[in-house]
Design a protein around this ligand. Structure first.
Ligand SMILES: C[S@@+](CC[C@H](N)C(=O)[O-])C[C@H]1O[C@@H](n2cnc3c(N)ncnc32)[C@H](O)[C@@H]1O
Length: 331
């Protein structure tokens, strides 16, 4: 069933692996659960990608600036480290986005004439085309093979691409968009696809002054709010929904105790929304959980690495000590 066809009949789709039907099933499942939730991987349609790029430019959103600083200042050292570890390798980036940070490493590796293939993986075809256009003009000669789709389906393909050692990157605090138990499972799944001595490079946002964290997800210009609400617009457009965005407001929390910074949309009134031929009731003040952005302490990162059979071997921090990109070797 094609949700975008004009002759839409309002019937339920059959269970399927097609992305649009999976989107529909996961939205209904999330909004049918108590409390309601949506999956943040669906934030990233074209408009979501553009809004996320605007979030990265917000003065309060320190994460991108800290990680860009790490890559800008330390890429030559990172490149030297990788060059001395491997004669050649495949550099696979999960959730690459527009490669804002990794571009510095790609540049350094290319300047050092390192033999590598860059394989960005992203669920958003739009952002992959932005990335490809930019990198092809900025880094001529870069060997780039993009993979559009879900992390692990694409990682399975990318790891079979050659027999060379693998370096898998997960930047932008993407790991933070998972609850700690899901992050463990995620890292364990990465490890399963690697061989001993392969590497993972993972970006973690560190625990810090709680107000600094809360402000990063609550910009005064309301971009983060529009980013969250855009998922309802996406459901309206792609799944024949009728969300009225004026019935919801964005609400952000941060718990310095457990390091979880969470985004919600809160219903402002009792109302009913339809998606295809499904009705979903919202009570006034009822919430939809949208996304977690988990913050870590260094011992928690070490514990996570070792729990999933990696050894942390190289650590890059920004000058403020707010963000870390950790190199883990598969053992
Ligand atoms: C927070 S952005 C970070 C982008 C980039 N790593 C950076 O640091 O600027 C998350 C990216 O991961 C992608 N993404 C989210 N969930 C995904 C999934 N399940 N599979 C593949 N890509 C995903 C999104 O499309 C988006 O481009």
């Amino acid at each position: 069933m094609n949700f975008k066809e004009d002759n839409y009949t309002g019937q339920l789709p059959a269970l399927s692996d097609k992305p649009i039907e999976k989107f529909y099933q996961e939205v209904l499942e999330g909004l049918g659960s108590i409390p309601k939730r949506l999956q943040s991987k669906y934030f990233y349609d074209q408009q979501g990608d553009i809004l996320f790029q605007q979030i990265m430019d917000c003065p309060q959103y320190y994460l991108s600036r800290c990680e860009s600083e790490i890559f800008q200042n330390q890429a030559p050292k990172m490149a030297h480290f990788l060059q001395s570890a491997y004669d050649s390798f495949d550099l696979i980036e999960l959730g690459a986005g527009d490669a804002t940070k990794s571009q510095f490493l790609l540049q350094s590796l290319t300047e050092h004439q390192v033999d590598f293939t860059y394989m960005p993986i992203d669920i958003s075809g739009y952002i992959l085309s932005v990335l490809q256009d930019r990198l092809e003009s900025q880094i001529p000669g870069l060997d780039l093979v993009p993979f559009e789709g879900e992390y692990f389906e694409m990682l399975a393909q990318a790891t079979c691409f050659s027999s060379r050692p693998k370096v898998v990157m997960l930047l932008g605090a993407n790991i933070g968009n998972m609850a700690p138990q899901d992050a463990r499972l995620f890292c364990a799944n990465i490890r399963k696809m690697l061989k001993p001595d392969d590497l993972a490079i993972i970006g973690f946002d560190l625990k810090k002054q709680p107000q600094v964290i809360l402000d990063a997800y609550n910009d005064e210009g309301g971009i983060t709010s529009r980013f969250n609400l855009n998922l309802l617009t996406r459901i309206n457009k792609e799944l024949h929904g009728n969300f009225n965005l004026n019935n919801f407001v964005h609400y952000q929390t941060y718990d310095p105790g457990n390091g979880a910074c969470k985004s919600y949309l809160v219903s402002l009134c009792d109302h009913t929304v339809t998606i295809a031929d499904h009705s979903i009731k919202f009570n006034r003040d009822e919430t939809i959980f949208m996304e977690v952005s988990q913050k870590y302490q260094l011992p928690e990162i070490d514990e996570l690495a070792r729990y999933v059979h990696f050894e942390p071997i190289y650590r890059c921090q920004d000058l403020k000590g707010w963000f870390i990109d950790d190199f883990w070797q598969a053992i």
